[in-house]
Design a protein around this ligand. Sequence first.
Ligand code: FPP
Length: 261
Amino acid sequence: MSESNGNHSSTNGSSPALPRHIAIIMDGNGRWAKRRFLPRVEGHRQGAKAVRRVVEESVRLGIRYLTLFAFSTENWRRPSDEVSSLMKLFLMHLESEVDLLKEHSIRLRAIGDLERLPAPVASALERCMTATQEGTAMDLVLAISYGGREEIVSAARRIAAEVKSGALDIQSIDEVAFSTKLYAPDIPDPDLLIRTSDENRISNFLLWQLAYSEIVLSPVLWPDFSKEEYMRCLEEYARRERRFGLTREQMLELRTLERSA
Ligand code: FPP
C-alpha cells in the first residue's frame, strides 16, 4: 500500500503520543434522550455540554485541530422539528460561546455546504469565525451540513473548471493538487477519529482525509462523553503503531530523521 497524499497527511513522528488533529463523530444523543423518556432535542442539548468539555480539554492538552461532525448532509432529512431544534441550538451556542473561544485563543472554522444553512445560523457562524480568526491555540472545525462525498464532488468540479479554463493541465492532477480543492486544504489529515455510541461506521465523514487515521470507538453515548473517556481514547491512540503503509523499521528511521531535523 502506498503513502497517502504527500504533504497533506502527517506521520506526526515528532510527537506520536499526542494527535495533532482529532476528528469526532458525536453519536448517541437521540438514544441518550430516549433512554430517559426525554425528547431527542434534550439529547442534543446535553450533547452541546459534552462539546464544551471536549473543546476545553483539547485546548488544555495542546491539540492543534479538533473537527466535530455537528450536522451531516443526510441530517437534513431528519424530521423538520428536530432539524430546526438543532439549528436553534447551533445559533444559540455560536452566539454564546464567542467569548469563551476568544479567551482560549480558539479559531472557529466550518466545513460543509454552508449555503444550505438558515440565514441566521450562517451569519452567526460568519460572525463567530471573524471574531475568533486571530486564535492560535486550536482550530475548532465544525463540520456542519457536511458530507464527505459532496466535498470530493465539489473538489472535482473545481479541478474540472480549472482544466476547462486552461489553468490546469490534466497531467498535473495528483493527490496533492486534488487535496488543495477540499474545504480546508491547510488542515492536516486527522491522526485520530473517535466515534461514540458503539457504532462502527464512517457515515460520510472526511472520506478523503481519514485514509490513514487511527479509529477509536467509544461505547459511551455522546452526552455522557466525559474527560475520563476522552483520556481513555487518547491512551488507546498512544498505544497504536502508525505505519502509513510502511514497515516498522522504515517508520522508526523516519521518526529519527524527523527528530534530528
Ligand atoms: C448524533 O446523535 C448527533 C447529531 C446529529 C448532532 C450533533 C449535535 C450536537 C452534539 C449538539 C450541539 C453541537 C454544537 C457544535 C453546539 P444522534 O441524534 O444521531 O443520536 P442517535 O444515533 O442516538 O439517534
